[in-house]
Ligand binder design. Structure first.
Ligand SMILES: Nc1ncnc2c1ncn2[C@@H]1O[C@H](COP(=O)(O)OP(=O)(O)OP(=O)(O)O)[C@@H](O)[C@H]1O
Length: 305
């Protein structure tokens, strides 16, 4: 649905994208994670043709829309009919109601009145806004405004939904509701690409995560695989009952002897059986064995360091 290769974008002296490559497949919920200023919005704006990168290629829904520093405007216009977009700093017309807003946006997609009304009702019911459909948006909470923005992005029933930091500023309930809506999109077979700088926003809802750091993709994988690859770097703390030091002659373990009875080991995989074997074979006993596995938050912080 999105194929970006080697994207380069420089704003005067700021290198915002530095050879970014990423792929979003059909049906994926893709979390685009990165610290502030990593280049997430620049990627999204480039993908939609709203700013012009200097190099790289972009394909959307299988069609090449950008190459050699320029957009294929007619292709871009065509594919964008099938894309919904929610910007990071979107504005709403405060003096309009959700119903009026959706009608205007639907009209801009060339939807006939009856179709606009049907789709608006469907969306407002799904997003818990039906009760307030005729109230002015100006009085709405942040969570309600985000849901109106999402309804706007969904009005044309797009195949691909691109959301820039959609959960920023929402309270925990708003975040949970938003995640449910994203899951609902997945059930309908839609593809969702959304950015965030907060791991918790993407953790439960995304099947794939791409981590961008300084304009480059550092990792692109499922949350489970990311966890697995870091689990390999578990740390072990061992307390022994022994009258002489134990030798751990394992070249691929990082061993630190804290005292004659206390060892810290870093190693790949589950080494507990091996530790047991070595300790027993040297006539010592394990008093305590602690395994320290990094949390996903620590893994993320390590990745963006
Ligand atoms: N219009 C601009 N002019 C100059 N520099 C810009 C412009 N827009 C973004 N930048 C810079 O480009 C880099 C990437 O910014 P971008 O907004 O894409 O990051 P981001 O990951 O979306 O960050 P955030 O999470 O804070 O929104 C940053 O250093 C930012 O200051």
């Amino acid at each position: 649905m999105i194929e970006i290769e080697n994207l380069v974008k420089k704003y005067r002296d700021v290198q915002a994208l530095n050879g970014l490559t990423l792929t979003v497949k059909k049906g994926q919920i893709y979390g685009f994670l990165g610290p502030n200023g990593a280049g997430k919005s620049t990627t999204i704006l480039s993908t939609l043709g709203l700013i012009r990168p200097q190099g790289g290629t972009i394909k959307l829904l299988g069609e090449e829309v950008f190459r050699n520093g320029s957009y294929r405007e007619s292709t871009l216009v065509k594919v964008k009919k099938n894309i919904g977009y929610m910007p990071e700093h979107a504005t709403l017309w405060d003096f309009l109601t959700p119903m009026q807003t959706l009608s205007i946006i639907g009209e801009s997609f060339g939807m006939p009145k009856s179709e606009r009304e049907r789709r608006a009702r469907e969306l407002l019911e799904m997003l818990n806004l039906w009760e307030v459909r005729d109230k002015k948006i100006g009085k709405f909470s942040k969570g309600m405004r985000q849901r109106v923005l999402l309804a706007q992005a969904l009005i044309n029933d797009p195949e691909l939904l691109i959301l820039d930091e959609p959960m920023t500023g929402l309270d925990p309930r708003g975040i949970a509701e938003f995640k449910d809506i994203i899951r609902e999109q997945k059930r309908e077979g839609k593809t969702v690409f959304f950015s965030s700088h907060i791991l918790a926003h993407v953790e439960e809802v995304c099947d794939t995560v791409g981590v961008i750091v300084k304009g480059k993709l550092r990792v692109e994988d499922s949350i489970d695989s990311i966890k697995q690859s870091f689990l390999k770097k578990a740390g072990y703390l061992i307390l022994l009952e022994t009258d002489k030091p134990v030798r751990f002659d394992m070249t691929d373990w990082k061993i630190e002897q804290v005292s004659p009875t206390k060892y810290k080991i870093k190693a790949s995989g589950d080494i507990r059986p091996k530790i047991n074997e070595i300790v027993w074979s040297q006539g010592a006993k394990i008093l305590q064995l602690m395994v320290r596995v990094p949390s996903l938050e620590e893994i993320f912080l390590k990745m963006v360091e």
